[in-house]
Design a protein around this ligand. Structure first.
Ligand code: C2O
Ligand code: CU
Ligand code: CU
Length: 504
């Protein structure tokens, strides 16, 4: 058990200064840089194909910031937004021009394991990977990112991520805002830490292994402090938490409410009015915001204070500080919205019902499994690539059911086409539990039914206390190319909080 003394001792040893909360003045950021909108690549318009090139780039995160070394997919940092149509078969090419092996995982796509892009499908430097994606799932916002064995956290941090939009005509039928870049905006939310010389700072110190790599600077679509011009009507925001570790607790500066219309796997049955929305790493929510009042607002996040056991032990405050001296976990604003009355208002109301979703039927479950997401919290615990275990740290480290990730071990074998209940628990802090190749419904969180915005189809759930998931295994996975299940705190994943399943 990690004690407060261990943490303080560890913090002192690491030279972590400025443990006291210093807050952050929003006034430091001007929010006067136009929000970059990633290029939209519609695979259907390209004859059912798209290609990406993973490469190093030079990118500036803002006007007063230097051009620094980054990675991106067909762009210096991040990648295009890929639009896919359900029913299409799409030929993909991902070329690796990096100097190390990478992969490209389609997070949220329901495709067989051999098209999934997990760590078993490395693309060697100079090589290309050409899967075919048969798109067959409801309209949703998904994403893609690097998933290289032991190097996912760093590669995503450097910029290897992008959004995907799957369409099946539902949004059009419902009259939802859908003019890309005007009233339908992709918002890729991240936090980053920068070195004194302006380069990205990525650390694998024990503190970052435990808390995950967090940053003192909030980044939206690859820049710090942008603003978006929006019409004086309804605007749909596709929110993606593409941070390595931090949960964002989103709200608007004037505390206006908004409607959550979709989660990871697609539309909710009805819009859910909310004013505060927590989004964990790799989760997506689509929200509709009414800007008809013409006011100016910021999209902000609260501090990601870690609750529970870890928080009680002071771990929630054991955030890093970078050269700025600001904590890596603090509150701040992502972007500013400014209403432009000249922009066309296409949508003025959100329908009261969106799609029909049957209540989850736990009776269909063929099997129940229990998964414990565990972390060996010794600050000197072994992490991959380190040879000396130091004092403590003889335990399994990051693990699931006591087992650290092993590429050659298949942990679970659900039957193809079956449904199972997995009861997942996370130790010490909330963990965003993600499953490849499947969607689930949350049955319960700590014994209670989930709130409405978490009751739709999902592929990631922020898990601390026992959380029951009803999972549909619809995609085939083989022994040689199994699907991953893992914590989406990427530093936990790289540390071994990951397992594999094949379907039988
Ligand atoms: Cu975003 Cu293994 O996934
Ligand atoms: Cu995934
Ligand atoms: Cu975790």
């Amino acid at each position: 058990m990690l004690t407060r003394r261990d943490l303080l001792a560890g913090a002192a040893a690491l030279g972590v200064a400025g443990m006291a909360w210093s807050g952050r003045a929003l006034g430091e950021t001007a929010f006067n840089l136009p929000l970059p909108i990633p290029e939209l690549v519609d695979a259907r318009r390209q004859g059912g194909a798209f290609s990406l090139v993973a490469a190093e780039g030079r990118h500036s995160f803002g006007p007063d910031r230097p051009e620094i070394a980054t990675y991106g997919y067909s762009s210096p940092y991040l990648g295009p937004v890929i639009k896919l149509h359900s029913g299409d078969s799409v030929e993909v090419s991902v070329e690796n021009r990096l100097s190390m092996s990478t992969t490209s995982h389609w997070h949220g796509l329901l495709v067989p394991s051999w098209a999934d892009g997990g760590p078993h499908d490395p693309i060697l430097p100079g090589a290309a990977w050409r899967p075919v994606l048969d798109i067959d799932q409801p309209e949703a916002t998904a994403w893609y990112h690097a998933h290289a064995h032991n190097d996912t956290g760093r590669q995503v941090y450097m910029g290897l991520a992008g959004m995907m939009i799957i369409e099946d005509g539902t949004g059009e039928r419902l009259g939802l805002p859908r003019t890309y870049g005007v009233d339908d905006l992709p918002l890729i939310l991240q936090d980053r830490m920068f070195e004194r010389n302006g380069e990205l700072m990525f650390r694998t110190f024990p503190n970052e292994r435990i808390m995950g790599m967090r940053g003192d600077t909030l980044v939206t679509n690859g820049v710090v402090g942008p603003y978006a011009r929006v019409p004086a009507g309804l605007v749909r925001l596709r929110l993606l938490n593409a941070a390595n570790a931090r949960n964002f607790h989103l709200f608007f500066s004037d505390h206006r409410s908004f409607k959550v219309i979709a989660s990871d796997g697609g539309y909710l049955p009805a819009p859910v009015p909310m004013a505060h929305l927590t989004i964990a790493p790799s989760e997506r929510f689509e929200i509709v915001v009414d800007f008809s009042d013409g006011g100016e607002v910021l999209l902000e996040t609260l501090e990601d204070h870690i609750e529970g056991e870890a928080g009680a032990q002071g771990m929630g405050r054991l955030t890093s500080t970078g050269p700025t001296g600001l904590p890596s976990n603090g509150p701040g604003a992502f972007l500013r919205f400014e209403v432009d009355p000249a922009l066309p208002v296409a949508s003025t109301r959100v329908p009261d019902t969106l799609v029909t979703l049957a209540a989850p039927d736990a009776g269909r479950a063929a099997l129940r499994r229990t998964l414990a997401l565990e972390m060996w919290p010794g600050l000197s615990g072994r992490v991959p690539g380190e040879t000396s275990a130091g004092g403590r740290g003889s335990g399994p480290g990051m693990s699931i059911n006591g087992k650290r990730f092993d590429m050659h071990r298949v942990d679970f074998t659900p039957a193809l086409g079956s449904t199972e209940i997995w009861e997942v628990t996370g130790s010490h802090m909330p963990h965003p539990f993600h499953i490849h190749g499947a969607l689930f419904r949350v049955l319960s969180i700590d014994g209670a039914p989930p709130p409405a915005h978490l009751a739709g189809y999902k592929d990631t759930a922020l898990v601390h206390g026992p959380t029951e998931l009803l999972i549909d295994f619809t995609q085939p996975a083989t022994h040689h190319l199994p699907f991953m299940i893992h914590c989406h705190i990427l530093d936990h994943e790289d540390g071994g909080m990951m397992g594999q399943y094949m379907t039988v």
